[in-house]
Structure formats: C-alpha cells, structure tokens
Design a protein around this ligand. Sequence first.
Ligand SMILES: Cc1cc2nc3c(=O)[nH]c(=O)nc-3n(C[C@H](O)[C@H](O)[C@H](O)COP(=O)(O)O)c2cc1C
Ligand code: FES
Length: 617
Amino acid sequence: MMKLNSPAELEKYRSSVLEKNNSGETSVSVCCGTGCSASGALDVVSAFQRLLEEKGIQADVGTKITGCHGFCEQGPLVLVSPGNILYCQVRTEDVEEIVQETLTAGRIVDRLLYVDPITGEKIEKEEQVPFYNKQLRLIFENNGKMVPTEINDYLSLGGYCALEKVLKGMDPREVIEEIKNSRLRGRGGGGFPTGQKWESCYTASGDIKYVICNADEGDPGCFQDRSILEGNPHLVLEGMLIGAFAVGSTQGYIYVRNEYPLAVKNFSIALRQARELGLLGENILGSDFSYDLKVIRGGGAFVCGESSALISSIEGKIGEPRYKFVHATEKGLWDRPTVLNNVKTWATVPLIINRGSGWFNEIGTQQSKGTMIFSLTGKVNNTGLVEVPMGISLRELIFEIGGGILGGKKFKAVQTGGPSGGCIPEELIDLPLDYEKLTEVGSMVGSGGMIVMDDTTCMVDVAKYFLSFTQEESCGKCVPCREGGEHMLKILEGITRGEGEERDLDLLKEIADTMQCASLCALGKLAPNPVLTTLKYFPEEYMAHIKDKKCPAGVCRELIKYLIDPDSCTGCGRCIKACPTEAITGEKEAPHILNQDQCIKCGNCMDICRFNAITVE
Ligand SMILES: Cc1cc2nc3c(=O)[nH]c(=O)nc-3n(C[C@H](O)[C@H](O)[C@H](O)COP(=O)(O)O)c2cc1C
Ligand code: FES
C-alpha cells in the first residue's frame, strides 16, 4: 500500500477504489460476527467460496465476510445484493440452493426467509424486517456492508472523509465546538458531554496528552462495543484520530478485554492498514498532526471499565478506582491530561463531523441526542443489537422491534443499564428512553443492556442475581461497597429462602442509601439499583416471600413445591426418567406420585411433561 501524503491524495486513492468496487457485481455478505460464527457462519462462507469456484462464477459474485448485522439470534445471516435479500439461519447444506436459485436463476429461496413471529408472514428484504425497519442504524449502518479487515471497503463507504475534512480546513477549537454543538454525550453509561470533556483536556497544560478508547465492556449480555470493533474498526479509529487532533494528543490506547479476540484482531489489522496508508503515525496525510496508539488487552474485570481503574490498569497497577479529586482531563494517564471515551462515542464522532452537529441535534430528545444501541435479550421474540433514536418508547422497542414476548406470555418488567441498572415495570411501558427518563425511574442507559422478563420471573431473585454480580466484581477497596454489597446479598438470600422478615426491607434501603452516598466509585454507588427498583415496583412480591413464604413466580426453590395433577397425568413415565433423584414413582399408564422429601426442585419433570400435568405451587 502506498503512503498518502495529503488529503488530495486520499481523495484520488478513494476514487480509484470506488472505480474498482463499482462494477455492480452481485455479492453475498455472510455475517461472521461472534454470534453468527458461533452458529457456523465460517463454514457457510467456505461452502459459498468452494461452490462458486466449482461453478466458475467466483469472478461475478463477491463473497464478503462481514461483522455483526445485529440480528444474531437468526444467524448465520446471509445478505444477497443487489436486492438486499436476507436469508436466516443458513446452514452449509443450504448454500447450494442459494447459489442455484438466487445467484444463478434470480429466484428467492422461500424457506430461508425471515418469518414474522406475529403475522407469520415471510419477509424478503432486510429493510422490511420489523427488527430492522424501526431502527435508526447510524453507527451500525455499514457493519453488514463491508469487510472489516479491508480498509478499501471502509474508504469506499466514505471512511476517513471526516478526518480529511478536519485536516483540510478545521482547527482544534472548531472541532471541539462542532462536537459541543452536537450535544453528544458519552455512550459509556454516564452520559457526560463529550465536547466539554475534550475542551477541558485541550485547555489543560501539558505537552503530552493521551486519548483512550474504553472497550472493556464488562456487562454480562452486552456486546455492542465488541461488535463495532469487530465489524467496523476504522470508524472507531477515525473518531479517535479526530479526538486526538482536537485535544492535541499524539499517543493513545485502546483497552479491550482479552475475551474479545476478534475485536483485538480486527482492530490491530485496522491499525496496521491505517499506518501503511499514512492515516496513522507521523505526519498524518502530510500534515503536522501525528498520532499513534497501542492495543492493551484487559484481564476481564468489570471494575476495570471504570475510567480511573482502567487508567491504573494501563499504568500496570492493580485495576482499582481512585477518588477523582482532579479530573482525568487534567491528570489522567501517568498524571497527564487524558480524554477517555467509550467505543460508541468514538464511533459517533466521524458521523457528526461528516454530517454536521445540526443533523445530529435533530435526532433524539431535548437533552439526549443521537442514537443508542441496546442489547435486547431475555424473553423477547427478536433478540440482538438494536440501534434506535434516543426517546423511543419501551413499548416500541420491545413489542415492535423485539416482536413481543416469547411464547405469547405476559410482559412483566425490563432491566436496563446492565447489572447496575434497574427493573422497570409494565406500567411504565410507554416510557421514552433517554438518559434523564431512565434515571428518573431508578434505572439508567448504562452500557445499553436490556433484559426483558415475563411473568415467570421472580423479581427478588432478579435483584439477588444482579447484586451477586456487582458484589463479586467489587474490587473491595472501599468499605461501603465491599461490606454493603455482601450484607444486602445475605438479606436477599434469606428472603428467597423464606427466612426474611419485614424489617429486612428497611435495612436493605438503609444499606443502599449508605452505598449510594459513600462508595468510592460508581460500581458501589449504582449496585443497589436493581434492589431498589424491585422494592419500589414489586413490593408485593417481596411481601409474598416474607409473609406468606411463597414465591408467586414459582422460582425460589425453597418456597415452591412441584405437584403432579392426577387428572392430567397419563402415566407416560417421561418424568420418572428425567428426575435425577428418583422422587417420582408410579406404574405405566397410572398417575405418578412425587415424593416431596426427595424432590430437589430442579424442574426437569415440568420441562419434560407433554401433558401439563406438573404444576408448581
Ligand atoms: C464499574 C464500572 C464499569 C464501567 N465499564 C465501562 C465500560 O466497560 N465501557 C465504558 O465505556 N465505560 C464504562 N464505565 C464508564 C467509564 O467509567 C467512563 O465513564 C466512560 O468510559 C467514559 O466514556 P464516555 O464519556 O464516552 O461515556 C464503567 C463505569 C463503572 C463505574
Ligand atoms: S453475529 Fe451475526 S448478526 Fe450478530
């Protein structure tokens, strides 16, 4: 690759790439994000390549190995262009038919199309699938269109235009003003105004300044940052370059957790390619601006995502938070002025520079601009990564994009913001989602985790689960978080065992209050959220556990009993075989009997029974 020495040379290079790419050829994009790869996408790619070669149509049809398209649950996904025909759950056995029918004869393979779970209708094009057509995919726009390891693909989609614009005609102040005017807020959870952060670093004194990308993403079930890095690494890099130019930084780091090998690999390839082209390193595009960065692989501790802990970790110290008497923008990494932003924040920067702060300002709500990416999971029909404008309602997200509740069950609550977020009940289903509204109801945007729950979920158990995560992940440095979390967890365990007392509820609130006020970092301050929101919105469920010694959702083992309904039991014997403790006995074709003393309440019998003869009380 040749080194480009000016924005004009970049433009010329881009035109030559576009000329080559604009042959109007048919292409097959196979999602090879982590989700689809886990379901066999790489084998699907090999099958396409083999078959196209065998049939001698390889030259006319390009096979693209792309990053995550978001609809991982339906993977491996195959997108055929032109036409944007979406095939779901494609196996290697299906490849021949796609080649034969769609690529050769131009016909649709009906059985591989997406089926709407509500209408039963088969949908042909990606943009017609409700999961996609209600989204506003800005950051994810190009994930399915490009090969992440090909810088030319990124360039042909307008990549590095924003950097070019900045180097051609903007000074650092103007860049900061543009980001400030866009009112972009940090996507790492806290929602701090990005432009303001950059300005503090710009005005801070010091020759060496650092620009860092936080790609730690430790929240269970969240994988949006990972998907962006895997699918479009240059977008993040371009954002960081612009940030570095704006604040006057020449060095930086990206802190990625080691469990994200594909993200590390693709980002490292992007760094190498950008360096080769003269887009990273000394005198970028022939200008005075120089910037380079290193990849640091994190050990996988949730607390290392916290900014000061992350900085300590990069410095080679234990990843524990520090009290922030002075902001990192003045004294951050190695006590030098530092800007640290989340992956999504960096990925948004080139979009704002390209399309303008005014454009960005029109998306979202009064105080929360732009889009937010949620990892939609749990008891919902369509799970995956969803990018929506801020302000969309929970109802639209869960029932339109998410396609409603799995198995037609009743919606009970949704947990947003990762383990430190809160549970929102059904009565707030029309809540518009933005930073303010979620905080008002006791939750938060956080990392964008969103777990949908139906009426088979016990809210006390949910609070216990999330608290056990944060308690386990606490670094233990400060007393309120370390001891408070453990004490709250013990109380919750007691309640789910039927040993709770009414005064426990006051004690939970009291400890939560202390943790919120006195913890060193936001891990401890936010950890009580799941407990407080479940106490607020589901008090009757706590009382049922405490007073009646019952778990209404039938989840807490110590409080439930499995029973066999003799009228429904056909004596088929399946439950006898499934029971690990031989608690079920009986003759063939006669109602079976469940011995409560031997039952360990694993629920296997209920899961396996075909006649709904097992009930839980
Ligand atoms: C316990 C804890 C974990 C965090 N984990 C992450 C993370 O994985 N990624 C992230 O960007 N921010 C995380 N944050 C927020 C960061 O501390 C910081 O606010 C953020 O990276 C700043 O970037 P932004 O302004 O772009 O949001 C975490 C915060 C806490 C308290
Ligand atoms: S990994 Fe394929 S859609 Fe997410």
